[in-house]
Design a protein around this ligand. Structure first.
Ligand code: MG
Length: 383
């Protein structure tokens, strides 16, 4: 399939940090995607919380299934817009590699621990994983991904981080946009979590169908589903309505973005980058619906008492683990230890990398080993 003139192509890529011979049977961006899938950080996403802890039930999303859903949506949109599907998929699969255990509660706790040393940000950490932390290739640290894949992983960035990220941070200093492929992966992430968090929230019983049925776009999807399938009820009705709603967001995203790309007259990647705002977007009414779904999830799900109890346990676990390693370097496994006379900032960063890479259950086991004080209500552990 011919790529649009503004799509990223491997022929025009800014390349890898360490030069490599081109792959034999694959495109360069397919190679990036494959490296992400083979990374150990990717496998560990299976045991990292999305919203519900992994052991709360086998039916809930994890970071891994979230990443796969993002990749599926992103690829469909990339194909519809005739841009580079392999690059879009690579970005989508890699976007959460830097996520801590315990979802956002874990990230906030680690950020608080790291505040004296520049903080912790999962998006920046995803880049650290692919640039430095994976140790599997003979000739380089990290995965040595192409510039465009790394650029897509770095969705946002503070000014002080942009300054030290060189070429990759440039667009944050100059107000440029990333590729269409990166813009797609970003919105596919948002579409994916809105929909699967509603699904998981309903499954958990924390969200009620009545509460969400008040919401405009969900109500329309529910009414359409009932009209098309009279008598449909229970989980099948929920699945159908969520599927219809997801379809309506993807339809809107493709239609709106296609029109905006055409109107923009962009005939190159450089023209896309030079725009003042992203070209991939929802229409104004759907953007409002999207934001109001996010608000509903914050109010009804993420801030629910039961979810917060989990967040409190996660926060204490991460903070106490960090303190335990910081106070006693010997508590770290040998390959993670750094010299006791190293600068505190370097020690803190090494500990932060170690904790960020942990799965939920490994963090809980380490906490039990080093701290002892139980932080997890028994029912949250499923025991
Ligand atoms: Mg995500």
């Amino acid at each position: 399939m011919a790529l649009a003139p503004y799509a990223v192509s491997s022929a025009q890529s800014r390349g890898r940090r360490v030069a490599e011979a081109p792959p034999t049977w694959r495109d360069e961006f397919q190679r990036d995607r494959d490296r992400v899938i083979h990374s150990s950080a990717f496998r560990r996403l299976e045991y990292k919380t999305q919203v519900f802890v992994n052991h709360e039930g086998d039916m809930f999303r994890t970071r891994l299934t979230h990443s796969l859903e993002v990749a599926q949506i992103a690829r469909a949109v990339a194909r519809a817009l005739s841009v580079n599907e392999d690059l879009t998929e690579a970005i989508a699969l890699a976007h959460d590699l830097g996520h801590t255990p315990f979802g956002h509660a874990g990230q906030h706790a680690l950020d608080a621990c790291m505040r004296p040393w520049g903080g912790f940000e999962h998006n920046l950490q995803s880049l650290r994983v692919v640039d430095e932390l994976e140790r599997r290739y003979a000739a380089f640290d990290g995965l040595n991904l192409l510039f465009e894949t790394r650029e897509g992983i770095l969705k946002h960035c503070r000014a002080e981080d942009a300054a030290r990220l060189g070429e990759l941070g440039e667009r944050f200093r100059t107000g440029q946009q990333p590729s269409v492929e990166a813009q797609i992966a970003n919105l596919a992430d948002e579409i994916a979590y809105n929909h699967h968090d509603i699904d998981d929230g309903l499954r958990s019983g924390i969200l009620s169908l009545d509460a969400i049925a008040e919401h405009g776009v969900f109500r329309a999807a529910l009414e359409d589903s009932r009209a098309a399938h009279p008598g449909l009820a229970g989980r099948r009705l929920v699945h159908t309505a969520i599927r219809v709603m997801l379809g309506s967001f993807v339809d809107d995203l493709v239609t709106t973005s296609r029109a905006r790309l055409a109107e923009s007259g962009c005939a190159s990647l450089a023209a896309v980058r030079a725009r003042g705002a992203p070209l991939v977007d929802f229409s104004a009414p759907m953007r409002e619906q999207h934001l109001s779904l996010k608000r509903l999830l914050h109010r009804e799900l993420y801030n629910d008492r039961r979810v917060r109890r989990f967040s409190d346990a996660a926060r204490d676990t991460v903070r106490e683990l960090f303190e335990a390693y910081f106070d006693d370097a010997a508590a770290l496994p040998e390959e993670r230890r750094i010299a006791t006379d190293a600068a505190p900032s370097a020690r803190a960063r090494a500990i932060s990398d170690y904790i960020a890479g942990m799965t939920d259950r490994f963090a809980i086991a380490e906490h039990r080993r080093l701290v002892g004080t139980p932080r997890w209500p028994r029912e949250l552990l499923g025991t």
